[in-house]
Design a protein around this ligand. Structure first.
Ligand SMILES: N[C@@H](CCC(=O)N[C@@H](CS)C(=O)NCC(=O)O)C(=O)O
Length: 439
């Protein structure tokens, strides 16, 4: 058997306890050889390409050095500094203005004018005028975005990040000014493109094509995920290769659909993929026995499993088929709106790192800690450059909580989902959740 070669990062990623429902389970995550083959197969191909590129680069450099040597020989010795000829741009002198040789002092960070957008595309002004933030979301995924049958409200981890942005935009009481527009895997993008929603927060994977072709700008990843496969416990299927000749239920318009095709190809197995429009019909088809497997993000599998009458009748295979960084996104066109999405999300992460919670945020206003003072807006101007009030991050934490609180509320140990933090722990705890400095 081929010896698997995984980079340290890949090992860490695949070995993460992200998908364990019970943190007390053995910390060691063993991978089946199939995963290694899938991963190392891609890696070998990549290495070959990289080697080729390095060779090409080397020959290019040799050529360049040869040319340089000729040039130097022709123009003089290497240690004679050649004078650089700079073509001077004629300086334009405005009327009544004394020409000066003094260079214009660069604006300091404090003095720089806010880069907020004016005109039609000013999303902040538009949302404030409307009085409600429209968020393209999910109503079919327990834990992330789900219609609560008691309140009829759409609630979940993703929805709380919509609330965080609304708290930033509207201030006190703002977290309630959110309208979640339910979307499917396919309609989420059209809803954004038509401008019906201001932000997309619906377990959406950040990919290059969504960022460029679909014109979205992604914010910080709020949940690092990967695609998995669920099968019936009594099916005898233990690894992906056992699915040869089987059928798999998958949802339309998702990365899942494409990854499945890639993995099936890489493993050289024959799988009949049956595509459904939303999670409910995909799951219904699977539980009625129309497919042998059901594939989606592992978080989605874990969450969906908790909704089955007998969750123990189903198992999630250990293999992880892809990288699925899930997070918020806005349309291209208004960078300031993107900044608002970004720093509202990072605010929740920085607050967790600094130990600022919904309960202690008021006391924290009195702290001497400069980091906390800065992001809570105590004697700082954080927020102003985005057209927000300086206490916008305080408002988020006060009304919605920090990242850890949001996670625990919807996915944590006291919920049916019980998803261990795994790689979604703070970087200080060995995870990937990390806010750039707020200063
Ligand atoms: N992260 C993937 C998959 C997202 C996705 O749509 N997942 C499904 C399965 S968990 C879902 O949320 N369905 C809910 C629904 O359609 O009601 C993507 O961005 O394409």
């Amino acid at each position: 058997m081929r010896t698997p070669i995984l980079s340290t990062q890949q090992k860490r990623y695949y070995a993460s306890s992200l998908y364990r429902q019970n943190e007390n389970e053995a910390a060691e995550y063993t991978l089946s050889p199939t995963t290694y083959q899938v991963v190392s197969g891609y890696k070998n191909q990549k290495n070959k390409l990289t080697e080729k590129k390095i060779k090409m680069k080397k020959s290019f450099y040799y050529l360049l050095m040869l040319m340089l040597a000729f040039t130097l020989a022709a123009c003089g010795s290497a240690d004679t500094p050649t004078e650089e000829v700079v073509e001077e741009e004629p300086t334009q002198v405005l009327e009544n203005e004394e020409p000066t040789d003094e260079p214009e002092p660069a604006a300091t960070e404090e003095e720089a004018a806010p880069a907020t957008q004016e005109g039609e595309d000013n999303m902040l002004a538009k949302v404030r005028e409307r009085g409600v933030l429209k968020c393209a979301g999910n109503e079919g995924l327990v834990g992330f975005g789900f219609r609560d049958p008691d309140s009829n409200d759409i609630v979940g981890f993703d929805v709380d990040f919509c609330k965080a942005i609304a708290a930033a935009v509207f201030g006190e009481g703002g977290a309630d000014k959110v309208e979640v527009i339910p979307t499917t895997g396919t309609t989420r993008f059209t809803v954004m493109q038509s401008g019906e929603a201001d932000v997309l927060i619906r377990n959406t994977t950040w990919t290059s094509s969504r960022d460029t072709d679909l014109g979205l700008d992604f914010g910080p990843t709020t949940f690092y995920d990967g695609q998995g496969m669920m099968v019936r416990a009594d099916s005898g299927i233990e690894m992906l290769t056992d699915l040869d000749g089987a059928s798999v239920c998958v949802q339309a318009g998702t990365t899942t659909e494409k990854n499945l095709a890639d993995v099936v190809n890489a493993l050289e197995i024959d799988v009949d993929s049956q595509v459904y429009e939303d999670n409910a019909s995909t799951v219904a088809a699977f539980s009625e026995g129309l497919c042998d497997g059901f594939t989606t993000d592992k978080s989605g599998l874990v969450a969906t499993q908790t909704t089955f009458d007998n969750p123990a009748d189903y198992v999630i295979l250990e293999e992880t088929m892809s990288k699925e960084p899930l997070g918020p996104a806005v349309n291209h066109g208004d960078n300031n709106w993107g900044d608002i999405m970004m720093w509202s999300t990072y605010c929740t992460m920085q607050a967790e790192e600094s130990g600022v919670t919904m309960d202690n945020v008021d006391e924290m206003l009195e702290t001497d800690n400069p980091v906390i003072k800065n992001f809570l807006g105590v004697d700082s101007t954080f927020g102003e450059a985005m057209g927000l009030s300086t206490d916008f991050c305080y408002q988020i934490i006060k009304q919605v909580g920090n990242y850890g609180e949001i996670y625990d509320r919807h996915l944590g140990p006291d919920t049916p989902i019980k998803l261990a933090r795994g790689i979604n722990a703070m970087y200080t705890e060995g995870g990937l959740i990390y806010s750039p400095p707020i200063r």
